[in-house]
Design a protein. Structure first.
Length: 71
């Protein structure tokens, strides 16, 4: 079977090396995005704890439980 016949048989479902390049690029971008998202969540935790509870921690905590302004 010639390659032209195989391409006709597969129709639009042929895969070229460019697809592998684009797929690997998508995986790398996804991994970088996940790391950035995790870093942003940690920064939110640090600033929430620092400004509302006066402690240095990356633990997620709600500012609803703070006691600022209470006498």
């Amino acid at each position: 079977m010639r390659s032209h016949d195989a391409a006709e048989k597969l129709g639009d479902f042929t895969i070229t090396p460019r697809v592998l390049w684009i797929s690997s690029l998508a995986v790398v971008i996804g991994l970088i995005s996940a790391v950035v998202a995790l870093a942003l969540l940690r920064l939110i935790g640090i600033f929430t704890n620092l400004f509302f509870f006066q402690r240095l921690s990356t633990e997620a905590s709600s500012p609803a439980m703070h006691h600022l302004g209470e006498a």
